[in-house]
Design a protein around this ligand. Structure first.
Ligand code: ZN
Length: 75
């Protein structure tokens, strides 16, 4: 992951990728992991909303300079 102009944006993206790999590491065959999975998924949704908000107006109501809408299609 290459660093961008905004460390807040980078931090959020990094946290998201950590949560994603956490989700991937939880085995679907492991029943006890079901609740953990839900928790991580919730955290991820919160983070995604936060990131979206930051991209849109995280800089004094302006768009984050790290966010290039031509590149990022999801999120
Ligand atoms: Zn930013």
């Amino acid at each position: 992951m290459k660093p961008t102009k905004c460390h807040i944006h980078d931090g959020l993206v990094q946290e998201l990728s950590i949560l994603n790999s956490k989700l991937n590491s939880l085995s679907p065959h492991w029943v006890r992991s079901e609740q953990a999975r839900e928790e991580v998924q919730e955290q991820r949704e919160t983070l995604q909303a936060e990131l979206k908000e930051h991209r849109r107006k995280g800089h004094d109501g302006k768009r984050c300079p790290s966010f290039d809408p031509r590149v990022a299609v999801s999120g």
